[in-house]
Design a protein around this ligand. Sequence first.
Ligand SMILES: C[S@@+](CC[C@H](N)C(=O)[O-])C[C@H]1O[C@@H](n2cnc3c(N)ncnc32)[C@H](O)[C@@H]1O
Length: 376
Amino acid sequence: MQVSNKKPMLADIRGQQYFDVPALAVSAGVNESVINRMLSGLPVQLYQAELVLSALSDETGKNYTLDNVDVVLIPEHNDDTEDLNLMTDDVTKEQTNTYILDAESPTEMARLIDLHRVVTQAMGGPLAGVSELPPEAKVLDMACGPGGWVCDVAFERPDIEVAGIDVSKIMVEYAYACARTQQLSNASFGVMDITQPLDFSDGTFDLVNARFLVGVLRRKSWGQFLAECTRILKPGGILRLTEPIDAAGITTSTAYESLSLLVCQAFWRCGYGFSMNGYTLGMTTRLPRMLRQAGYHDVRCMAHTLEFSVDCHLWKDLYNNALAGSSLIHPFLEKAGVATQQDVERLVARMHLEWLSEEFCGMWHLMTVLGENQKL
Ligand SMILES: C[S@@+](CC[C@H](N)C(=O)[O-])C[C@H]1O[C@@H](n2cnc3c(N)ncnc32)[C@H](O)[C@@H]1O
């Protein structure tokens, strides 16, 4: 099923001042937020749209169906959608930036630099959960972005070697410049595509780390990615993956909640994350078992929380992150067919006000999964 752009029925209803739609459809067993979404032209599931239309038809005596109505539907999940070529227009064939945002935009670079700082602190430091790393250990960060994690580890452990790889040359150059400025001679960076076999020998690393890959690797790439991590880890080496549990925090802002839901739906449609229905990212639910299935032992999970309610010091950081994120995400939402730029602008305008409310509360949940590679 495709996203439809059909007749303007819901607009007609508003034109006819049909104000009873929410009450009517609620009485037909449809959730009020679903009706509000329909009235705002936001996407809904097929069965939800059908329930609303049948309630409206009964009430008005007119025949409202999906054929004569403008409803934006979420398509049934279909593996064909995994190949939607969303972000690869400008990249070479050899290396594919599969990130859902424009990794080369200065706004994204600045967002990632700030995000690294607050998230790493909330997680208890860059190596939280890693019990020991021997002197001269070798560590790799996958899709390292501007290199904050690599630089922090290299600073904390001058006795080990830390490398970061990313497909974006701009990210790698920035990361390298940071390491040089901080005189971190044990940090290095390279341009590499983590969806491809990596240019490292078998059994090179004691620790492979990655964070926020949910928007980088499509779900069909995770198996190969984990296998490649296994190959380049030493026997007994540690894989450490950190992913968000909820897309970008659960808040009291209804506009932000709508945006987060659109993001989850876009991820789902475009083959990212492991959600069953597009209501979550579905990443952290699956990761521990995926690691066990890939042969990792002693798989452990650590949850992290970042509270960013209005009276918390993280509010400002997460507010800036939300503003930057929402300005960057709309091309992805539009290409995924879940929202127009106007939808996003309208939600962002409301989001501003709701985040500034004295009652605003927010909490972001992340999870780190650690597993040990098989010993020889
Ligand atoms: C969410 S950011 C990573 C942030 C970083 N891991 C951190 O925790 O601060 C995603 C990064 O993935 C990179 N990327 C996208 N596709 C990639 C690929 N196929 N191989 C390697 N890096 C990729 C982007 O250039 C971007 O820097």
